[in-house]
Unconditional design. Sequence first.
Length: 125
Amino acid sequence: MNEKPQWFLIETEQEYEQAIARYEAVKHATTGEDHKEKLLLVHLIGDYENRSWDLPDVDPVEMIKIRMDDFGYKAVDLANVYGDKGTVSKVLNYKQPLSLAMIRKFSVLLHLPAGELLKEYQLVE
């Protein structure tokens, strides 16, 4: 029998990883129990991230650059995840805004709350 997990406040990194994995499995649900579980997971994951992560108050591109440095990533690593080296370069040079697809992928890759990457920032002309 495939029993669904019961969710409580996330208190450990292991519980956080389990919640992320389950969210990935139900993220496209639009109705029913999976949709309700997805909404609960978004809340629980966000709560854990807000309590656990002490992030600097910088714009999203700088946040990405900091995390790239933390993990030893280069722009090519982001391009491998996103699929377009030119667009990644434009974003990192403040010539193009982050897309929703980039925010989703970079949030997972760089272990950043998506909300931190949604903040407004100035582009250069």
